[in-house]
Design a protein around this ligand. Structure first.
Ligand code: FAD
Ligand code: SF4
Length: 338
């Protein structure tokens, strides 16, 4: 066991210098960080328990400028079952409920979900090399156990995926992540929050050291309420990470597409979205042929690494299925996923 200091944050301003200290990490639900500490993958010298900040409003979910504001400490379950989320952002609710288990969702916070780390088996096994855990040691996954891993946006150094379901819907819905540090507050569009691995796979996100996520905002998404679907393909029906997931939303005028949103999980180091492919769907009929053409555009440049080659076909089929299901209606999608 690696010794570490433990403190509780009394207020946001009091928490900021604590989490900015060398080697310190905030802990929220602890469902990922504590596992990583127990496995020896992460060894923070200090844990700053930010759960008391719920009393400072960090767990609040409320209307915000025509959209919604989700506190970083609101639990995944509370978010998914919140009346406004269910009615106005059914895609987000469905994505969260496709993740983990009820027990985990009761503990997991929205801020922690954004920062959960990859599930690549080598990353968790400190007896193996891994560029993400120990830069410069190599990536055994490229020629090894890569069934779960990425087909898009990979690098020589790392082919890991981001495992979140919630983040896939946040990407489709154009969320913004709000953070605070001793230097002030800033807002990061979700598209720029997670990173591709490139030459620095050890860095998962563009959050800077010492920054605390305070909340997430969502713009109005009324036009996508009636036609959305979250499809998650996985090895077990529950308690399993996505092989491929798709968050799809359509704004339809009869059988014609006015606007589309499509984001993928389980295929890259960040939620994957190609806005050009969505724009090309505008004015097209909501048919399998249109959806297949969009899928081809979204998956341009995809490649497998052996065990995950099947994802190339699976991802295309999942995109078409998600858009077809969304066309039938959000209510239909819910029934199909129940
Ligand atoms: C068995 C199992 C199955 C799972 N299955 C799924 C799944 O299918 N889909 C899915 O999406 N997820 C799944 N998860 C992951 C789960 O959703 C995450 O572990 C959870 O969302 C993390 O939230 P947390 O509050 O517990 O984070 P913590 O473990 O407390 O923290 C995670 C990271 O976030 C940082 N952090 C937390 N809050 C903040 C903040 N406000 N500001 C700055 N940094 C912060 C911490 O320092 C840490 O680095 C699974 C987890 C387990 C254990
Ligand atoms: S894919 Fe990334 S996380 Fe997995 S072994 Fe390679 S470097 Fe490590």
């Amino acid at each position: 066991m690696n010794p570490f200091a433990y403190s509780q944050a009394k207020s946001v301003d009091a928490a900021l210098p604590l989490i900015a200290a060398e080697g310190a990490r905030p802990v929220a639900g602890g469902t990922n960080l504590i596992d990583l500490i127990k496995e020896g993958v992460m060894q923070p010298s200090a844990l700053v328990d930010i759960n008391p900040l719920a009393h400072a409003g960090l767990d609040v979910i409320e209307d915000f400028e025509g959209g919604l504001r989700l506190g970083a400490l609101a639990r995944n379950a509370a978010t998914a079952y919140h009346d406004t989320v269910r009615k106005r952002y059914p895609l987000l609710s469905a994505a969260i409920l496709a993740g983990a288990s009820p027990q985990l969702r009761n503990m997991a916070s929205n801020g922690g979900n954004l920062l959960q780390r990859t599930r690549c088996v080598y990353f968790y096994d400190v007896g193996t090399p891994c560029n993400k855990r120990e830069p410069g040691t190599g990536c055994p996954a490229k020629n090894g156990l890569n069934r779960q891993l990425a087909i898009l946006g990979t690098s020589e150094q790392c082919i890991a995926t981001h495992p979140s379901d919630m983040c896939v819907a946040l990407r489709a819905l154009d969320a913004t992540v709000h953070v605070k540090s001793a230097g002030g507050a800033r807002a990061i569009p979700i598209a720029d929050f997670h990173r591709l691995p490139g030459d620095t796979p050890q860095i998962d996100s563009n959050l800077q050291p010492g920054e605390l996520i305070t909340h997430i905002t969502l713009p109005d998404a009324a036009r996508f309420i009636e036609h959305s679907a979250y499809i998650k393909v996985r090895d077990r029906l529950s308690y399993a990470f996505a092989l491929v997931s798709v968050a799809a939303a359509l704004d339809l005028d009869g059988g014609t597409i006015r606007a589309a949103r499509i984001a993928l999980g389980g295929v890259a180091h960040k939620p994957w979205r190609i806005e050009d492919a969505e724009a090309a769907l505008a004015g097209k009929p909501a048919t399998e042929a249109s959806f297949a053409a969009a899928a081809d555009r979204i998956l341009e440049g995809a490649r497998g690494y052996g065990q995950n080659d099947f994802k190339l076909t699976l991802a295309k089929n999942a995109i078409v299925q998600a858009l077809t299901t969304a066309t039938r209606g959000t209510a239909f999608a819910k029934g199909e996923q129940a």
